[in-house]
Design a protein around this ligand. Structure first.
Ligand code: NAD
Ligand code: UDP
Length: 311
């Protein structure tokens, strides 16, 4: 198949491209390099089955493809809050453009939505039926509300124009190739511990997240895309829930037990807890995560060690 991956030079997109290329597909990667980088896809440049297009999805584009994995959007709070209006444009105009493309060429369309559509959840663990608790005018709204509109657009194109859609709500995912300056908690803590500087824990560290290793997540995305029955939305994430303090302690244990923990102010609207209910992913896709946090952290640490050593 000829497959388009938007945001393909980013963290998740580049891992997805590796899998698609290894399966023998022809892959078109579209990215504006806002948070992605060429290094992530370097090994495919020059391969006749791979094409890289530097393009901003807020502008329309004409391509002929069979499937579209739509991942383009900054995912880390510091990056999506850097230019909130651009984040909304990417989610709304960008998703509109990609759905328009899917409609024109009759391609199956996958949307990388997020657990953030649940906001600061009142229902725990989060099931797909839960409609969320998002502050529409807060710091995270450009991303949360942007993704909620992206989901609405996908379902409206599906109902109105018959576009074949798949929607995944992705929970916190980590692994090799996260940027050092990504700003998300796993990369921050690992880079800090490797540099021997204090680990920044926001608030009292009692807020929770559930961390999924990247290879598990990519498997889930591909299973949903190629499932013939279910459009979603489907939660994809690891149900093992940790406090941020526990995560910091796991990083200490893995890298340097003597590195300090430094408490910093909790950002506005930071969700108190997050854990996916993955019953649907289990029953519809036969999917569940296989990599425990300890193993995933080790693989991620090795990747950061290599990159920091090469600096
Ligand atoms: P990332 O920031 O590493 O990758 C996003 C990619 O999109 C980057 O390569 C960036 O340059 C590109 N991009 C951003 N705006 C663009 C635009 N206007 N035009 C073209 N390209 C653009 O993030 P990621 O972690 O790989 O996330 C990928 C997708 O998965 C995002 O849509 C994100 O919302 C979603 N998601 C990720 C997580 C996670 O934990 N990683 C969780 C939930 C949802
Ligand atoms: N966090 C932290 N230290 C950091 C970065 C983040 O304690 O250096 C916290 C953050 O406040 C949040 C959690 O870790 O409670 C996850 O943050 P991240 O930005 O990774 O993802 P999100 O909040 O979008 O789930």
């Amino acid at each position: 198949m000829r497959i388009l991956v938007t945001g393909g030079a980013g963290f998740l997109g580049s891992h997805l491209i590796d899998r698609l290329m290894e399966q023998g597909h022809e892959v078109v990667c579209l990215d504006n390099y806002f948070t992605g980088c060429k290094r992530n896809i370097l090994k495919w440049i020059g391969n006749p089955y791979f094409e890289m297009i530097r393009h901003d999805i807020t502008e329309p584009i004409r391509l002929e493809v069979d499937q579209i994995y739509h991942l383009a959007c900054p995912a880390s709070p510091i990056h999506y809050q850097y230019n909130p209006v651009k984040t909304i444009k990417t989610n709304v105009m960008g998703t509109l453009n990609m759905l328009g493309l899917a409609k024109r060429v009759k391609a199956r369309f996958f949307l990388a939505s997020t657990s953030e559509v649940y906001g600061d959840p009142d229902v725990h663990p989060q099931v797909e039926e839960y409609r969320g608790n998002v502050n529409p005018i807060g710091m995270r709204a450009c991303y949360d509300e942007g993704k909620r509109v992206a989901e609405t657009l996908a379902f409206d194109y599906h109902h109105q124009s018959g576009v074949d859609i798949r929607v995944a709500r992705i929970f916190n995912t980590y692994g090799p190739r996260m940027q050092q300056n990504d700003g998300r908690v796993v990369s921050n803590l690992i880079v800090q511990a490797l540099r021997g500087i204090p680990l920044t824990v926001y608030g009292d560290g009692q807020q929770t997240r559930s961390f999924c290793y990247v290879s598990d997540l990519i498997e889930g995305i591909m299973r949903l895309m190629n499932n013939e029955e279910h459009t979603g939305p489907v939660n994809l994430g690891n149900p093992d829930e940790y406090t941020i303090l526990q995560l910091a302690q796991a990083v200490q244990t893995a890298i340097d037990p003597n590195v300090e923990i430094q408490f910093e102010p909790l950002p506005q609207d930071d969700p108190r807890r997050r854990q996916p209910d993955i019953t649907k992913a289990r029953t519809w896709l036969g999917w569940e995560p296989t990599v425990p946090l300890e193993d995933g952290l080790q693989l991620t640490i090795e990747d950061f060690q290599e990159r920091l050593a090469a600096e």
